[in-house]
Design a protein around this ligand. Sequence first.
Ligand code: SAM
Length: 243
Amino acid sequence: IDFGYTQVLKQDKVKRVAEVFHSVADKYDVMNDLMSFGIHRIWKKITIEYSSVRKGQKVLDLAGGTGDLTAKFSQIVGDDGLVVLADINESMLKVGRDKLRDKGLFNNIEYVQANAEELPFADNYFDCITISFGLRNVTDKQKALQSMWRVLKPGGRLLILEFSKPQYQILNKAYDLYSFTMLPLMGKIVANDADSYRYLAESIRMHPDQKTLKKMMEDAGFVDVKYHNMTGGIVALHTGFKF
Ligand code: SAM
């Protein structure tokens, strides 16, 4: 029997995620560099390489936030292509849009406020979908994966870049220590918001590990699903295709 408790927990999470990203939007980029010692740029660069996106294609950068991947894709697909930056949070979308416009990128980018669980796009529309450090914030991940599958073209590729499970016990311990002490501390100093960064550490620990996420992608219909550990599995890139 479900006394509605699951529903309450779900609503709590949606509210919490909204608050976190409203609160961190302005400081998001600088915090990303600080917390990852700049390494997130390398993880993203590798993601772009694995995407094999070409000129003229349509790309969805889901939970795209401040648009790091969108910026790169916009240059790759050129004027005949399209990049849609979709995010549920208007503060993140605004910071992203302002940043990309300042860089002179606007010809082939569209901004859409959308929930990954119910994507407002036609079936079989995108050549490639990326979701980078976004999936762990989504409440119903399986529903979101199914929604991504629907809007991807047959032959299209999904790439999920996300924190995962470190492969070595010692790395796991050090990483736990770092995330539960340093992240809230840095959040407090730089963004005056320790709580949001405590949430970040918790959400990383709760996120499905490499094999579980692979299985979830397969359950949603993706084929040829593989994952590539980066930085000892602190982060993993999962890739899969729609047949
Ligand atoms: N992709 C960017 C990057 O790699 O730097 C931003 C990642 S940021 C950690 C996570 C983003 O996921 C936030 O912008 C947040 O608003 C967005 N998000 C959270 N839940 C979402 C959902 N259900 N649907 C779409 N976006 C969501």
